[in-house]
Ligand binder design. Structure first.
Ligand code: BDR
Ligand code: CA
Length: 313
């Protein structure tokens, strides 16, 4: 099979960074047409810069990086420096990138790419709030039918939320955007907290990164050390979830994941449960299925894949 063409829409974030590295290390599986940055974990000037830092770390400065929306569709931006640090990529200090930021707006890049590539050949991989994707769909409704699949990290059902008791960060930041995307009627695959909370870092898994003896391995181990502290304190667990790389891992090894094709609706009204992903796991409503909502992951297989692929960079 020829590699799948993807656009990574992202708000790096250490876990976004690992997802980007995994994609750039896997050319036989995915062709990264571009990386579109969105405001999320930290404001846009930092997410677009971080995306370029990661491409340079991967030794792929030729990757096209675009800056997109700097705020959610209709709400004030909420950020997550408490998890990712002031820069979004806290850990060892990193030099500013020298590779260019593309002039085109990320939303226009998404639109142009979906219009120019053959229908059903481009997969969107959102790893942050869904603002860029929803804005592109609103601005150019004709592109929706062109999308092959949307594979995203966001939401939670059994695990509920991480930024509020009932909402996961990416969906909570821009629930209106999420609502648009989940109603787009194209195939959607979701990596919720239910999956990512089953793939925690451990001493041995982080050691596998460090033992690579490469710049990338050292950096991934150091990033993991940095953001682990927050989740370990919060959940009392040995390690922390590496959320966003599950999206890319799914494109490479879908057999590592299992879930159900069900209806997923987004709460956009309630103050208490804003951004909840109301997943009809038990199929008790007659709302039509609109997403494959994953629940399980082969965590060892996932971390083995990460270690094997990142060692290439
Ligand atoms: C998601 O929120 C961000 O903090 C992470 O990068 C991930 O995309 C997890 O809830
Ligand atoms: Ca993210």
């Amino acid at each position: 099979m020829s590699p799948r063409k993807i656009i990574i829409d992202t708000d790096p974030g250490q876990d976004d960074a690992v997802a980007i590295l995994l994609a750039l290390a896997s050319p036989e599986d995915v062709t990264v047409l571009g990386i579109t940055a969105v405001a999320g974990n930290v404001p846009l000037p930092l997410t677009q810069k971080n995306a370029r830092i990661v491409c340079e770390l991967a030794g792929k400065p030729e990757t096209s990086v675009y800056a997109g929306c700097d705020a959610p569709l209709s709400r004030k931006l909420i950020t997550a420096e408490h998890v990712h640090g002031k820069t979004g990529l806290d850990g060892p200090p990193m030099a500013d990138p020298t590779m260019p930021l593309q002039d085109q707006h990320a939303v226009d890049f998404i639109i142009d790419t979906l219009r120019s590539e053959p229908a059903n050949t481009v997969t969107l991989c959102p790893l942050g709030p869904l603002t860029n994707i929803a804005t592109a769909f609103q601005k150019a409704p004709d592109i929706v039918a062109q999308v092959q699949e949307i594979v995203l990290m966001g939401g939670g059902y059994f695990e509920q939320g991480n930024i509020t008791p009932s909402a996961e960060f990416n969906i909570y930041v821009d629930p209106e955007a999420a609502d648009i995307v989940f109603n787009c009627a194209r195939p959607i695959t979701v990596m919720p907290l239910d999956v990512t909370h089953k793939a925690l870092t451990t001493k041995a898994r982080v050691a596998a990164f460090r033992d690579m003896g490469t710049k990338v391995g050292d950096m991934v181990a150091a990033w993991t050390d940095f953001f682990e502290r927050f989740d370990m304190e919060k959940y009392g667990s040995e390690g922390a979830p590496l959320h966003d790389p599950t999206v890319i891992a799914y494109l490479i090894r879908p057999d590592l994941f299992s879930g159900r094709h069900i209806n997923v609706a987004i709460e956009t009204q309630s103050e208490l449960t804003l951004g909840a992903t109301v997943a009809d796991w038990w199929r008790v409503s007659d709302r039509p299925a609109n997403a494959t909502f994953m629940r399980d992951i082969d965590a060892d297989g996932f971390f083995d894949l990460l270690a094997t692929r990142l060692a290439r960079l």
